[in-house]
Write a protein that binds this ligand. Structure first.
Ligand SMILES: NC(=O)c1ccc[n+]([C@@H]2O[C@H](COP(=O)([O-])OP(=O)(O)OC[C@H]3O[C@@H](n4cnc5c(N)ncnc54)[C@H](OP(=O)(O)O)[C@@H]3O)[C@@H](O)[C@H]2O)c1
Length: 302
């Protein structure tokens, strides 16, 4: 099979690309960095620039399925300019792909699209358990970004393709992601909860996320799926478990909410939001998580 991956140079995309290659698939990928447009073995890069509407239609040649992951990082200060980039990179990138497919006028063999979304579509709550049938509202910046992004992704369905939207939780990887910035302080015994630490964090090991993407294509899933492990934990539990996995002591009092907000600004909502998200739909489809529990999941990455 030939896959077209956007965001293939990123945290998730690079691991997905390696996995797909190891399974014998061919890969086309789109990058917004000209220096990364390379061809190596079964992997071939194409340049695109969503903000300028530039896309090389050759990227679709022979492609069976698209995995759309590209979007500016949300882990940057939420200035007016950055917020615009976070939102527009997703809207423009998705629209450009849909328009590109439409321009092919049916002369392609693409059948499926697996598109990234995020659990940020669910409002922070200490009571709710979120399943895919929750009806989202526009009550925060994140909810708005993800709703606009998903709405744009519906264009793939309108273009006649089978669409899966994966609402991704906090991705655990060896480098970067949520573990990256937490590992160093924890190593020095300086790990601490954020705020009261009671907020629920719905996480997923990157191998399970990649597995879910490949399964979605393989088993022809359709619709919205929460891409989270079946065992979300509180933020306090998360930092404690990381310390345990690293065999470090955990004794510091929680870091006050106000302090974190002063340091990182509005983006601090990312660590204070509580989202208890349920993986029921993937489980019902028979998806088997390799890393359903947090402690072994973290240990596998250290
Ligand atoms: N990691 C998580 O915990 C998490 C959680 C929930 C949802 N997600 C979503 O899952 C997707 C993949 O996550 P990730 O962690 O792998 O992201 P990432 O490491 O930040 O990579 C995203 C990729 O998007 C491309 N990109 C960045 N800015 C862009 C722009 N302005 N226009 C077009 N492309 C741009 C980049 O590729 P090029 O530089 O090659 O163009 C980059 O490699 C993202 O959409 C993210 O929002 C991730």
């Amino acid at each position: 099979m030939k896959l077209l991956i956007t965001g293939a140079t990123g945290l998730v995309g690079s691991i997905l690309a390696q996995k797909a290659l190891s399974l014998g698939h061919e890969i086309h990928f789109l990058t917004s960095q000209k220096t990364k447009v390379i061809q190596e073995g079964k992997m071939k890069g194409y340049y695109w620039n969503p903000s300028l509407n530039e896309l090389d239609l050759a990227c679709f040649e022979g492609v069976d399925a698209i995995v759309h992951l590209a979007g500016a990082s949300i882990s940057q200060r939420w200035t007016k300019k950055n917020k615009e980039e976070i939102s527009l990179s997703r809207i423009n990138g998705t629209r450009l792909l849909v328009d590109g497919i439409r321009q092919l006028d049916g002369k392609h063999q693409i059948k499926q699209v697996v598109a990234a979304s995020a659990i940020g579509i669910y409002p922070s709550s200490f009571e709710m358990i979120y399943t895919e049938d929750y009806l989202p509202k526009r009550s925060s910046f994140l909810e708005e970004v993800v709703m606009d992004w998903e709405q744009e992704e519906d264009g793939f369905s309108s273009a006649g393709l089978q669409l899966v939207k994966l609402r991704i939780g906090l991705v655990l990887t060896e480098t970067g992601g949520v573990l990256g910035p937490l590992k160093t302080p924890t190593w020095f015994g300086l790990g601490a909860a954020f705020g009261n630490g009671e907020q629920t964090q719905s996480w997923i090991h990157v191998d399970d996320l990649v597995g879910m993407i490949m399964t979605a294509i393989d088993k022809k899933w359709e619709g919205v799926f929460n891409a989270v492990s079946p065992n979300p934990v509180s933020q306090k539990e998360f930092t404690k478990t990381l310390a345990k996995a690293m065999r470090r002591i955990y004794f510091l009092p929680p870091i006050p909410k106000l302090f974190i907000r002063l340091v990182v600004g509005e983006m601090s909502t990312l660590v204070f939001n509580s989202q208890n998200v349920c993986a029921e739909k993937a489980l019902k489809e028979g998806f088997v998580f390799i890393h359903p529990e947090l402690l072994p999941a973290i240990k596998s990455l250290l």
